[in-house]
Design a protein around this ligand. Sequence first.
Ligand code: CMC
Length: 440
Amino acid sequence: MPENTLTITDNRTNKSYTVPVENGTIRAMDLRQIKTGPDDFGLMTYDPAYLNTASCKSSITYIDGDKGILRYRGYPIEVLAERCTFLEVAYLLMFGELPTEKELNSWIYDITHHTMLHETTKKFMEGFRYSAHPMSMFVSTIAALSSVYPDAKLVRSPKDRMHQIVRLIGKVPSIAAMSYRHNVGFPYVYPDNDLSYTENFMNMLWKMVEPKYVAHPAISRALDILFILHADHEQNCSTSAMRSVGSSETDPYLAVASAASALAGPLHGGANEEVLRMLEEIGTKDNVPAYIKRVKDGHFKLMGFGHRIYKNYDPRAKIIRWCAEQVFEVTGRSPKLDVALELERIALEDEYFIKRKLYPNVDFYSGIMYQAMGFRPEMFTVLFAIPRTAGWLAQWEELMKDPEQKIARPRQVYLGPGEREFVPIDKRVPVPIPAEYPSH
Ligand code: CMC
């Protein structure tokens, strides 16, 4: 019997089956042959929340959660954060190799020349309520771009796909900045092609009456590093949404809007905003032990802690901690950093967190740093979505080129009633509504 196989004995029938093992996986479809009789549908796996299911083969991002390793296309995240710019990393994610100088210049040129938005997009944004959350505006405006670019529907054409990819990477900072300016009631600022990706973003966010915006180099570099750290993270909730929605061959604006919607949740990219609120609520270092006790008592989760994959220190959190120190040299130290450091110190010594292997994740320090850089908490998840757009699109491109992929369509385990006789309205018996629902 070949070594790379798995033999399964079905104790219901005493039959044995041998299935191939490839890359540490068995194919779920190989289980379908395991039946108790001709009418049996065949065995399936049941995996709520995809705890142990690989949904694709990917060559983009590698994570070893036990060792705290993160690599894009084989390059350690620490090296990329130190030596590259975000657009260089976006190129790497997209094309698999680091660009030559000529390739990089032409990539930067293309992205830079797609930062403008159609004027109708501006009008669309003006329609949002004055108090709209920037992430809601970001998601909706990306989706609205689908109406501006009908060629985006040509998802089977590599040339058209690349056109939308460049447009999206170019336009997300502009949409993000307009969401912010709308939220604070300032006029929108147009992109400036003389500036780098992050400098231009800062220009669109913060330019007031000065003729030319000049970004602080330490802040724009720190933002660029944060963008590198957030660019991709393999098959997380939003990336799975991108692939799942993209698999129906919908256009990439709608797929990116879906992925960004998934990112908005507080258990995913929304956590950085929640961390800041948590630090504000804790207030001072002295209140940390009492707060940790309430977390352990199950009142709420410690935001910015824990990860589905990392059972060790998130390597991105380490870089952010270092990066935060550089930012604080310019902006002055945030008192929230001391509360965060105390939280981390106490949590990492505590049996509850040790047993569950809960460490700070990428969101734990990023919020403090963003706030020191001048961002409002409402913008934090948008700041995550800008670079992650490059990752979503690289994953989408990989999906579109993968001959094994089809429309995503999970199975279910149906536990509802069997076929029932229809009951006319005058014969129906009232069923008490569970107490957790308000009466209506
Ligand atoms: N605080 C307290 N307890 C926690 C935490 C936390 N932050 N995270 C997990 N646990 C406990 C959880 O209650 C469970 O305990 P028990 O075994 O007694 O039931 C155990 O640890 C395992 O947790 P889980 O909920 O099964 O883990 P998961 O893989 O389903 O969830 C997570 C991962 C990130 C959603 C979760 O750790 C969490 O909610 N963390 C807080 C939110 C957060 O910081 N999210 C950002 C994630 S990183 C960036 C990103 O993905 O966007």
